[in-house]
Design a binder for this molecule. Structure first.
Ligand code: KG4
Ligand code: ZN
Length: 335
């Protein structure tokens, strides 16, 4: 049984997790601690990088101690230390990766640098013995990605966003509507009381044969509607119509990816996958097409360290490790 500790600090969540697992066996998350800095950044309407990195360094040590205590694990039992090394904010990535390297050095154990997107991609399969072949849809604040996954470590990019990520569009539209940051959950809440057919917003690239996304036209369409209607608009109707457009694009493109690859399973991950309307729409589509759907548990959708620890565990069990000389990579692609 291998026990690993991982740190996630790529953006504004400081997170530490300890997982246990063995080759061909299931994985157990022994601790998954998250210190959310959202309240600190809310008053600025978005993430302030310097504020994020300073708070990562202030919170990390206590979070590691809490994780060890909750997992009932001694530092000496940890077999390897991991951290997210990209993509993300450089100053934030540096805090987590330097801390994990320091612990690996002090304990004379291996270090693994993990791609944040691989963490999201694998998060629907956290407690399973293997990662089944599937089409992976990652929808987060920074990324909208469709991946062909043959198994752990075997990924091919099918499509991605050409401009804003889905979560970014939610956050920007939330700001336009005067909702609190981050806009995603606020828009979901407002949309529950709105009419999704009230506004006919564009479904950019929906009918083009490729698997890329574009959400900036949709965002601009919301802005023009606001300018045109001045005070007369309904926030719930706008939120519901915007959300309907996003969901339709995501579901239809994912089904197209399924048809292209021949996979019979979809994996859904990332902060936007917390959205119940998206989960329901994808679930309904999967039922009518006879597809399996794997969705990350709510605690592992938004940024967390358990997904990083799980990705690291699979790589560690496969005999991999990273060099302590490896740098962080703010723009690291998944493949
Ligand atoms: O995965 P994540 O925590 O961070 C990144 O790696 O980007 O995703 C954060 C994003 C934000 O844009 C946030 O607005 C969005 O996830 N989000 C949601 C919901 N909850 C979080 N979007 C739509 N509906 C939600 N319920
Ligand atoms: Zn993320």
């Amino acid at each position: 049984m291998a026990v690993l500790l991982a740190i996630e600090s790529s953006c504004d969540e400081t997170a530490v997790s300890i997982v246990r697992g063995e080759k061909g066996g299931s994985t157990a998350v022994l601790a998954s601690e998250i210190y959310s800095q959202i309240d600190l950044h809310r008053e600025h309407g978005g993430v302030v990088p310097e504020l994020a990195s300073r708070n990562h360094s202030l919170r990390l040590r206590a979070l590691v101690e809490t994780a060890l205590a909750n997992a009932k694990v001694e530092m000496a039992e940890i077999e390897a230390f991991a951290a997210t090394t990209g993509p993300g904010l450089a100053s934030s990535l540096l805090i987590g990766s330097t801390a994990a390297k320091g612990m690996a050095c002090a304990c004379k154990k291996p270090f693994l640098g993990i791609n944040h997107l691989e963490g999201h991609l694998l998060s629907p399969f956290l407690d399973q013995t293997e990662v089944p072949p599937h089409v992976g849809l990652i929808v987060s604040g920074g990324h909208t990605l469709l991946m062909d996954v043959s198994g752990a470590g075997l990924y091919q990019k099918l499509g991605g966003t050409r401009d804003d990520a889905a979560g970014e569009a939610y956050d920007k539209v939330g700001k336009m509507l005067g909702l609190a940051y981050p806009g995603g959950p606020e828009i979901e809440k407002a949309a529950r009381n709105g009419n999704p057919s009230a506004y006919d917003f564009p479904r950019s690239m929906l009918h083009e044969p490729h698997l890329d996304f574009s959400f900036s036209g949709l965002k601009t369409a919301v802005l023009y509607t606001l300018q045109r209607e001045k005070e007369g608009f309904s926030v719930p109707d706008l939120a519901a119509s915007f959300q309907q457009a996003v969901i339709e694009i995501l579901v239809q493109k994912t089904l197209r990816a399924v048809r292209q690859t021949g996979h019979r399973r979809i994996g859904l991950s990332g902060g936007v996958s917390l959205n119940l309307a998206l989960r329901e729409a994808l679930n309904t589509a999967c039922q009518s097409e006879g597809l399996e759907l794997s969705v990350a548990s709510p605690g592992f959708c938004a940024d967390n360290a358990a997904m990083i620890a799980f990705a690291a565990l699979l790589r560690h069990l496969a005999g991999e490790q990273s060099s302590l000389e490896d740098d962080i990579h703010p723009n690291l692609p998944l493949v």
